[in-house]
Design a protein around this ligand. Structure first.
Ligand code: UDP
Length: 310
């Protein structure tokens, strides 16, 4: 049993992580400033004795009284729509927020777990992406606020590991979807599902030939916990390697929802990566982890969630 701090604990991934950790008997202190997180995601946890919620922005000094065994830094806007709306907050939580939470882990002698991203690879010129690839990021483009914040946070985490001997983990999360994404999250899976359920046009940005590899949240969280429990300090990709074009995703969503929504094309956002697929050899070898839920089943389960809230 451990006492675990999760920043971004009211968010999509943070709240699922809280569920899993509490389920196995850990205590959880969730910290969130609710800028993109939502109390509804953790409402069911407030009655549990092992759960504490603190509303706080970890870009400011952060302190948690008592023993802490692990600090999981998941706080950040993660949808392009959100981080383009909040560019400076995104840079701050990835830089200052990472520094502050590393400081907390150091003071407590806790394990530090950084939620990084496939965006560190930018618009990748190596396909699929291995952890050894250094990426192709435009530092001054609009997406740079997220990509560079996460690249900095990886560098900072490794510096704390090397200089202060902190026990650290770095996960590079590839497109993850599932229940508890916000209706207005803005990412492609939730956008298409909500549009299909409302009978609105599905908005494909560009011609839809760009690819992504979509991981169901349950698989992702299982991998995150396996990585936390491992002793691995180098970055590990966690995502489902099955790759789809955005056009294919739109077709699957239309089939699963039975919607007759039409497709509308919109402008492709600046620096939108043309392809993305994780090489998960390291996760397989180190964690014995393999995603089990494929896109159609994951889409069905996500549609069921959105039907209940649309
Ligand atoms: N996208 C789209 N329609 C939408 C939202 C996104 O065609 O309504 C595209 C977007 O341009 C990108 C892909 O879907 O090529 C994945 O976008 P998302 O925002 O989900 O995440 P990203 O992988 O870009 O961070």
């Amino acid at each position: 049993m451990a006492r675990v701090v999760i920043t971004g604990g009211a968010g999509f991934l943070g709240s699922h992580l809280a569920d899993e950790l509490l389920g196995r008997g850990d205590e959880v202190v969730a910290i969130d400033n609710l800028s993109t997180g939502n109390n509804a995601n953790i409402e069911h946890l407030f009655a549990l004795p092992g759960f504490t919620f603190v509303e706080h922005d970890v870009s400011n000094y952060v302190w948690v009284p008592g023993d802490v065994d692990a600090v999981l830094h998941f706080a950040s806007p993660a949808s392009p729509v959100d981080y383009l709306k909040m560019p400076i907050q995104t840079l701050k939580v990835g830089s200052l927020g990472t520094h502050n939470t590393l400081g907390l882990a150091k003071a407590k002698g806790a394990t530090y777990f950084l939620a990084s991203t496939s965006e560190v690879y930018g618009d990748p010129q190596v396909h699929p992406q291995t952890e050894g690839y250094w990426g192709n990021v435009n530092p001054v483009g609009p997406r740079g606020v997220y990509d560079e914040a996460k690249r900095f946070s990886e560098a900072m985490t490794m510096a704390y590991h090397r200089s202060h001997g902190i026990d650290t983990r770095i996960v590079r999360i590839f497109n993850t979807y599932g229940p508890r994404m916000r209706l207005d999250d803005g990412r492609v899976v939730s956008n298409f599902i909500v549009q299909a359920l409302k009978g609105d046009p599905l908005t494909i940005y560009g011609d839809g030939s760009q690819t992504r590899s979509f991981c169901f949240v349950e698989d992702e969280v299982r991998g995150l916990i396996a990585l936390l429990d491992s002793g691995e300090h180098h970055p590990v990709n966690l995502g489902n390697p099955n790759e789809f074009t955005i056009r294919e995703l739109a077709e699957i969503v239309l089939e699963v929802t039975g919607s007759s929504s039409v497709i509308e094309h919109r402008l492709l956002p600046t620096d939108d990566p043309t392809q993305r697929q994780p090489d998960i050899t390291r996760a397989r070898d180190l964690l014995d982890w393999e995603p089990q839920v494929q896109l159609r089943e994951g889409a069905e389960r996500t549609v069921a969630y959105f039907r209940s809230i649309v």
